[in-house]
Design a protein around this ligand. Sequence first.
Ligand SMILES: Nc1ncnc2c1ncn2[C@@H]1O[C@H](COP(=O)(O)OP(=O)(O)O)[C@@H](O)[C@H]1O
Ligand SMILES: O=P(O)(O)O[C@H]1O[C@H](CO)[C@@H](O[C@H]2O[C@H](CO)[C@@H](O)[C@H](O)[C@H]2O)[C@H](O)[C@H]1O
Length: 438
Amino acid sequence: MSQWTERPELSAYLARQRWFGQGQVEVPITEVRELAWLSDPAEGLGVRFELVTAGSMFNVPLSYRQHPREDLSYGFIGAATLDGEVFYVYDALHDPEARGLLLRGFADGEPSPGDIEYSRIDGFVLESHEDNVLLSAEQSNTSVIVGESLIKFFRKLAPGRNPDIEIQAALTELGSEEISPLEGWISAGDIDLAMIGVFQRSATDGWDTARTSVRALQDDAVRAREAGGDFAGESERLGRTLAVVHEQMRQTLPTATWGSEEVAALVGRLTSRLDEAVAMHESVGAYADRARAAYAAVASGEPVEVQRVHGDFHLGQTLRTTSGWKIIDFEGEPAQPLADRVRLDSVARDVAGQLRSLDYAAHSVAIVTGVEETEYIDDWVRRNRIAFLRGYGYEDSETAAALLHAYEIDKALYEVVYESNYRPDWVQIPLRALERLL
Ligand SMILES: Nc1ncnc2c1ncn2[C@@H]1O[C@H](COP(=O)(O)OP(=O)(O)O)[C@@H](O)[C@H]1O
Ligand SMILES: O=P(O)(O)O[C@H]1O[C@H](CO)[C@@H](O[C@H]2O[C@H](CO)[C@@H](O)[C@H](O)[C@H]2O)[C@H](O)[C@H]1O
């Protein structure tokens, strides 16, 4: 039995991580599966993946050090004993030397240790695993840049192929230029622990680029089309990129047509999310009847063409590179169970995600800078919505419009729950959007 089920340090550490997703609440650890050592603790530094069940299962690579390290204090978890000897234990992703050991399996000629498998696509070999930089630890997952690659350690785990790997492997094989090519992954049996792909060095994040444009028009108090940083051309190109990626997914992954029964099931899922948002935020109740009416319009429409989709498409999942937009992170909404994240869906799901994100980019600037909402903000959102839909070539039919409307409402409801958990100051963004949408 692991000492972490008996002692509070690791559950306290998990509660402080955003990727744990419980909003600072400690959840008891019921099980820990320790994978093979990647280095021998008797030599001073032991590193291994530990799969920790605390409600859900989490990927927590740990480094066990014989001596404490002041400079790693951010990732310090607690002391633990191994074979009667005391070790100082750190989150291995905050320990540069330990990160190198987690990456070593991708180096030339390195065997996969014990129950862990390092898979490489097309002879990919990691040149050097030692020089690596932690990119971000504050999101759903934890990413590290190493050489020309970026490795993402999945935090919340589930048995079954991770959709990020599944979709990006299919699109990489197809030669897609709209994603960042996948190079490999790490797994333990049927559980995927991490994926590695090309690091886009020239990239700027779509979210930052869009917000810079909003700020430009706000500074000058001019309409979007007159501002120096007009984003509409980028929105249109991004729409086109998403349409290409959807087409590539149709070519390589399953598709289907939903008849009345499946559409009724969709309406059922939309309605339960509505109920969840009402329970979370009282003021959502005022929109419930109108949301139900919008969902009923979907049920009375034509059959719906479905396929694999991105599932959580927003500006933070886009990179503007010198060779156009690239779409990343095909995991779906992190909070949903795997079965929901791999379900076929309408492309309207992703189109709606982006429309919501444009609304977020504009209104978040107003919140952060503390200025009054102006007509310029609304103008920016309208102009970029139109450009994105034009670039995508979104279908012009009643059924397509009803679906898009329903999915925009659904995403705003998801956001009410998401923001209530993580960024209560921002919950007004989706709440105001509901007011506009309904
Ligand atoms: N291939 C890449 N090249 C450059 N930057 C990337 C790449 N993949 C991800 N990023 C950066 O890392 C951030 C987090 O990546 P993402 O896959 O969205 O992780 P998460 O699942 O934790 O949200 C992105 O917002 C982006 O800025
Ligand atoms: O990127 P993740 O996979 O972690 O996605 C989650 O976090 C997102 C926040 O970073 C959240 O997106 C919401 O906020 C965005 C701005 O930060 C905004 O562009 C999106 O439209 C809005 O939904 C996403 O919903 C969540 O799953």
